[in-house]
Design a protein. Structure first.
Length: 346
């Protein structure tokens, strides 16, 4: 495998490389499967029995049923001969009632993936998150402390613990790289940042959060995963970001794309925090996940920006503009019939 990946990096055509992708039915997973297929890889895509595979079946890949939380089903799903395991699956819930489920997926599931990659002798590219660095005081890079491990924010905590599982595997001989994307925007998104586009297009956008963050294009993040498989250094973290913007700037750009004025005002942090507590009390009765939680309120009020110079230098990562990634997501939503094409300006 190492020879094939090295040959690819040097421009030599290797045999068809084989990939196993967890989280393949998700937003980033679909982008990765598409890029792998275009690059000539043979792909086996993991999916749960309950997953919607309608988008995944558009690609010429092998579907394999199982889950990362079930070690036995994962063992059956991973091909005997596989060059790279791309571990994209993760639980990104910001609701505290999902803590146990999130630990099973992000920590126990990662431990199972590490074991499977070791048994197959495959390289592992792990999709981590900038969340492992926690709430940093300013723009940060890979040298920043992993504050997520001690964070009250369970998503941050479990993503940091997942990276510890990767490093435990490296100590046992695993070849692994960790990628840390910031806020990902792009095609195949129906539930993340795409929700803002849909709300804005329908004139139902609530108050604008006061925070700021770094954003990255899903296609470029997928390409960075392939580059990490080919030339990423074992044990290294690579932050993937590029476009820094306030949430107000994001909303204004969305308004331009959907050709609809955005009249929402920027909310005060105290308002969002209070609303999250009230909605949390309501959820105790309804048992339904609230639209805003203390975790999501903290995230939406924070100034979390980061730098991806290392990924640009070592992986050839190419950041995109905020407008490019939002436009890509918007065009896909229109193509899929999820949104109507905005009327032409008069």
């Amino acid at each position: 495998m190492a020879h094939d990946l090295e040959a690819s990096a040097n421009g030599v055509s290797p045999r068809s490389r084989t990939a196993f992708v967890t989280g393949a039915t998700g937003f980033l997973g679909l982008n990765l499967v598409e890029c792998l297929i275009k690059a000539g890889w043979t792909v086996t895509a993991l999916h749960r029995a309950s997953s919607d595979t309608s988008y995944l079946t558009r690609f010429p890949c092998r579907l394999s049923e199982g889950s990362i939380e079930d070690a036995a089903s994962l063992e059956r799903a991973v091909p005997e001969a596989v060059d790279v395991v791309f571990h994209v699956a993760g639980d990104v819930s910001f609701w505290s009632r999902h803590r146990d489920r999130q630990t099973r997926t992000n920590v126990d599931g990662t431990r199972n993936v590490v074991a499977a990659a070791l048994r197959r002798g495959a390289k592992l590219v792990h999709t981590s998150s900038t969340a492992v660095y926690g709430f940093q005081p300013g723009p940060f890079d890979e040298t920043a402390a992993h504050l997520g491990k001690s964070s009250w924010f369970h998503y941050m905590h479990t993503k940091a613990l997942a990276e510890e599982e990767i490093r435990a595997g490296i100590a046992r001989g695993l070849q692994a790289v960790c990628l840390n994307p910031a806020n990902i925007i792009g095609r195949y998104d129906r539930h993340n940042w795409a929700r803002l586009i849909i709300l804005a297009a329908n004139g139902r956008l609530p108050s604008i959060p006061p925070g700021r963050g770094s954003f990255c294009h899903a296609t470029e993040v997928a390409r960075a995963h392939i580059a990490a498989a080919e030339r990423g250094r074992c044990g290294e973290n690579y932050i993937l970001a590029g476009a820094d913007a306030s949430f107000a700037e994001v909303i204004r750009t969305i308004g331009e794309l959907v050709r609809r004025p955005v009249r929402s005002k920027v909310a005060r942090p105290r308002f969002l925090r209070t609303a999250s507590r009230i909605l949390g009390l309501v959820s105790l009765i309804t048992r339904r996940e609230p639209l805003l939680t203390p975790e999501s309120a903290a995230f939406l009020c924070a100034d979390l920006t980061c730098r991806s110079n290392k990924a640009e230098r070592e992986l050839g990562y190419s950041p995109s503009s905020l407008r490019t990634m939002l436009q890509d997501c918007h065009h896909w939503l229109v193509e899929e019939g999820i949104l109507k094409q905005p009327a032409s300006s008069t």
